[in-house]
Write a protein that binds this ligand. Structure first.
Ligand code: IFM
Length: 441
């Protein structure tokens, strides 16, 4: 067998990504805690990974001892501003402690300011359906950045604004769970206004900061490339799913299924793009599903799919995502802010990881400026509408006992981080079934 390696640039960031509600535990003042209380989820987040009970220390030890040099966390707005007129200094101090803890362990932090959760008082005034939330968010961002700018210079304003809107207003699996195409559009417009305002506030307070957002990007492939209805449907879906934020940031005009919305202040408000990539969709025209824009989305027959069938190992889509980014924003730095697969038994994860790292290496070899990779996620965490049913962690979590157990892919990721690259020996050891794809002849 040939022996070879794929090396990454010096100072490349290798980390894992998490979010507050998914790991902290004890959150009871946001839209998701209410959604869980109302019985919309199979389980409650409960104490999650107990980060608010200080378990973040052991988990950051885990990350650092496994060769990682970065970590992506998010802040819980409902803790920092539990009511319109209260700021909780103790929570800000706790987050400062976490960021100092990250630095002490050699982990460069990326901090996300909004990752799906809104304080209940914001929810009760219409959350992102209401344009007034933009200035509320701005006040929160100002407070946070003033408090934490010594500890962080890599900010992610909003995580997956498209998923927040799709799941909340079209698929109705996230709060508020009320179908409305109009709100699907308005919510993204307000999130984009909020992002633009956060971008300016952060730069005003911290000129050297790098500010971006995390886009859940899904390439859309027509099931039959020579069948025009499949092609049109895949183009329609590509635009509806992916393009609201990118169009607004490129031109100051947000594209939406209901037409264009002028948000001039959004133009050029990113220092990097955060890419959350899991897999692409294959799209086929189908008159029987009007609710899905007259098309079905699926993985091609024979795909390497996860247990629940919700993810697939399709690294070509990762490469395609970098290609799209570079074409849309030439020379813009990119961080992979999420990439991973649900896989409780670690059956697919090692090859998924190796093949996606290889696809990213290939993209870097086109001189596309990819600066870091955050695997989703460190330890199994609360997976929103799927409760504890889907496990994305490099470490397995026993939710009852809080015990963590390392999965083999944690060792593979450690080897990648330490080597700053992927070698044929790693592939041979952790996922020999992918060897011939990764190192052909
Ligand atoms: O857990 C989520 C995360 O909160 C947002 N991106 C996708 C992940 C896996 O489903």
């Amino acid at each position: 067998m040939p022996s070879a390696s794929f090396h990454f640039p010096r100072n490349f960031l290798w980390g894992t990504a998490t979010s507050s509600h998914q790991v902290e535990g004890g959150n009871n003042n946001n839209n998701w805690s209410r959604w869980e209380e109302e019985g919309h989820t199979p389980h409650k987040s409960g104490q999650a990974c107990n980060w608010w009970g200080e378990e973040w220390r052991e988990d950051m030890d885990r990350a650092a001892n496994a060769g990682q040099n970065a970590i992506r966390i998010s802040l819980e707005w409902s803790r920092i501003q539990p009511s319109p007129y209260t700021w909780d200094q103790a929570s800000l101090d706790r987050y400062r402690g976490m960021l100092q803890g990250a630095a002490a362990r050699g982990l460069t932090p990326m901090v996300t300011l909004h990752h799906f959760t809104d304080p209940l008082w914001v929810t009760d005034q219409g959350a992102w359906e209401n344009e007034a939330t933009v200035s509320l968010f701005a006040a929160y961002v100002r407070r946070v950045v003033e408090a934490l700018k010594e500890q962080c210079s890599l900010w992610c304003t909003i995580n997956e604004p498209n998923v927040y809107a799709i799941e909340g207003y079209l698929r109705c699996t996230y709060p508020p769970g009320t179908y409305s195409l109009k709100n699907f559009v308005m919510v993204q417009a307000n999130l984009l206004r909020a992002h633009a305002s956060a971008y300016r506030i952060i730069h005003e307070l911290q000129p050297e900061a790098q500010v971006g957002y995390a886009l859940h990007f899904r390439p859309q492939q027509p099931a039959h490339p020579k069948f025009p209805p499949d092609v049109w449907m895949s183009q329609l879906k590509f635009s509806a799913i992916n393009m609201a934020f990118p169009s607004g940031i490129s031109t100051g005009v947000m594209r939406s299924p209901l037409g264009k919305i002028r948000i001039p202040e959004a133009k050029n408000t990113q220092d990097y793009l955060g890419l959350n990539y899991y897999n692409p969709d294959t799209v086929a025209f189908d008159l029987r599903v009007p609710g899905e824009l007259f098309s079905r989305s699926f993985f091609p027959k024979g795909s390497d799919v996860s247990e629940a069938g919700t993810n697939a190992n399709i690294p070509a889509g990762f490469f395609q995502s970098f290609k799209w980014i570079n074409k849309t924003y030439p020379n813009l730095p990119v961080y992979v802010t999420e990439n991973g697969i649900e896989d409780a038994t670690d059956r697919i994860r090692p090859r998924y990881l190796a093949e996606h790292v290889r696809a990213m290496w290939r993209a870097i070899n086109f001189c596309w400026p990819i600066r870091g990779y955050f695997h989703w996620t460190l330890v199994d965490n609360y997976e929103w509408e799927r409760g504890w049913n889907q496990r994305f962690g490099l470490w397995e979590l026993d939710v009852e006992t809080q015990e963590r157990r390392k999965r083999p892919s944690a060792d593979l990721y450690e080897a990648i981080c330490r080597e700053n690259g992927l070698t044929s020996a790693m592939v041979e050891k952790y996922c020999p079934e992918a060897y011939s794809r990764l190192f052909p002849g």
